[in-house]
Design a protein around this ligand. Sequence first.
Ligand code: ADP
Length: 364
Amino acid sequence: MAEIILKNVNKIYPNGAHAVYDFNLEIKDGEFIVLVGPSGCGKSTTLRMIAGLEGITSGDLYIDGERVNLLAPMDRDIAMVFQNYALYYNMSVYDNMGISLKLRHEQKNIIHKTVKDMAMRFDLTDYLNRLPSNLSGGQKQRVALGRAVVRNPKVFLMDEPLSNLDAKLREKTRSEIVKLQKELKTTTIYVTHDQVEAMTMADRIVVMNEGYIQQIATPFDLYNYPDNMFVAGFIGMPNINFIEGTVHDNYFHFDGMKVAIDEASIPKLKAYENKEVIMGIRPEYIEFGEKAYESFPDAILDLPMIHKEFLGDEYYVELKLPSQEITARISSEFHLTSQNLKVVFNMKKVHFFDKETTKRIVEE
Ligand code: ADP
């Protein structure tokens, strides 16, 4: 059990690279935090500073109220799972997973029960007698996870622990980690570049870019209330569409077309009359069908369809605006046969962003 606080934490590497800027975060006891962002944004550096594997250039790190900036990694009671597994190669899978209990002089039957349970959870039952060198990358990764969990530390730190698993196993292991974490209530910080992992696993997500925190929020809030264009663009598949245009007379004008701005958005766009803004609309809110047309009669567009992908329950459809392409997600209950597609923007679900600051426009 542990509460972790990072206050104005910075990391400047000896070569001058400023990897993390003023990182502020309070992690509650038992919380599952995911750090997400593109490669090089400072996620691993942050995690390694918490682990004690990397020095903190300035700022403070507290675990359970104690400032631990200078505490050695082994004194922090943290278990870390890396992309590369750091297993003991001369020990069987069984011994790798049980080693921490053995060192604590646990009874044999308890070690046995715990290791068996972990092996079940991570699909390793058939491999308990093998040496790590005879395992696939995915299996090694799961042994590393099992070993960390068996240790029962105050904090789990995980750096892309599922990166070597194929898609199916990744989903299964992902849910095993979350279920285990909920059972154990161990504070967990998890690093990934994969927004799906972040969205499905986290209590709260920290989105980072170029060393800066972009937003800290629950998956729901990140998706529905992104603070800026970076967050809106990073979360969601396929990506949100950004359309440049001008606000005028309660309409959003773009590419020689216009759509009526929803009543709820009108007050916050007051300061933007006749100004350029960027509208963000997620593919699922470019809708098709009579019901949708009725809801937003002033936001219907007839657009050429460039390409469609069938995914079983839905299509991803690329539509052509004069100056760009946009993507829609349309239920496959509809038969999309014509060259053009009549779609409607769900104007209750769009976001407007300030073109200069890239921040989402919210009411003052
Ligand atoms: P991420 O985990 O998000 O991919 P990292 O934390 O590994 O990002 O890296 C953040 C930035 O710090 C990158 O620009 C990277 O090149 C730089 N960096 C990482 N490790 C070192 C190091 N040991 N020395 C110098 N620069 C580093």
